[in-house]
Design a protein. Structure first.
Length: 252
């Protein structure tokens, strides 16, 4: 009698999707897609991260310009900053260290370089955390959200998403990759409207940025807190100029 040989199951067959240094079950991926969807009520579509003035000033006029601008933001600007704070907040939550988490959240809250960039990060973070604690509550998530409010700390979007992901057992690498993807996709959408570009050009931009996201995730995982920061003075200047831009569609 011939014995049936066991079939080696691939990660996908086991209901697992591999993403960099970590794995996310399909349920985790569904939750990340929900949390980071344009339909999630955080108002992401109202922010351009200074891109609106970059277009007004003629610095971003083509798809290539947009990709170059976003690559700099991701690796040297607020993307770099958010990656570090996301990783630190996720690790503090995963280790159940509320004091460390609150310290990270407070530092992230104070790290933006302009009023509009601060609003963009904090308004989305507060809205995200409020919705997640209402729809997907857990004892720790609720308690830590209350502690932030009691200590007058507004979580940035990166910190809020990291808290929710770690609290719900979602691995760091796919959670951070999903966060980066949503961040860039929102700015690509803004660029499509502002330049303007065609929808296909927007997708071409996202395709070019895919490996950049993977590289940013890997770098964020190895970056010590002493090395958090940005080096994008032009983006900061564009954001500051946007505060007084006469005609505008976006809040940042």
């Amino acid at each position: 009698m011939r014995m049936a040989m066991p079939i080696a199951m691939t990660p996908a067959a086991r209901g697992i999707a591999m993403t960099g240094e970590g794995a996310a079950h399909n349920g985790d991926l569904l939750r990340l897609m929900t949390w980071l969807s344009p339909a999630f009520p955080v108002g992401a579509y109202t922010y351009s991260h200074g891109l609106e003035f970059a277009v007004e000033d003629g610095q971003v006029a083509t798809r290539e310009d947009l990709v170059a601008w976003l690559r700099v933001v991701l690796h040297h600007g607020c993307g770099r900053l958010d990656g570090g704070f996301f990783t630190a907040a996720w690790q503090a939550t995963d280790g159940d260290d509320r004091a460390a988490f609150e310290a990270v959240a407070a530092q992230a809250d104070a790290a933006r370089t302009s009023a509009e960039l601060a609003l963009e990060a904090s308004a989305q973070g507060a809205a995200f955390l409020q919705t997640v604690t209402t729809v997907w509550p857990t004892p720790r998530l609720t308690a830590w959200a209350d502690a932030l409010r009691d200590n007058d700390i507004t979580p940035t979007a990166a910190v809020a998403v990291a808290l929710a992901a770690a609290d719900h057992g979602i691995a760091l690498a796919p959670a951070l990759a999903a966060y980066y993807h949503a961040f860039l996709a929102n700015l690509v959408s803004a660029g499509v409207r502002l330049v303007p570009l065609g929808q296909t050009d927007g997708q071409r931009a996202m395709a070019v940025l895919e490996p950049e996201i993977e590289r940013a995730v890997a770098a964020a995982r190895d970056r010590p807190m002493a090395d958090f920061g940005t080096a994008t003075p032009m983006v900061d200047w564009l954001s500051i100029q946007h505060e007084t831009q006469y005609t505008r569609l976006f809040r940042s």
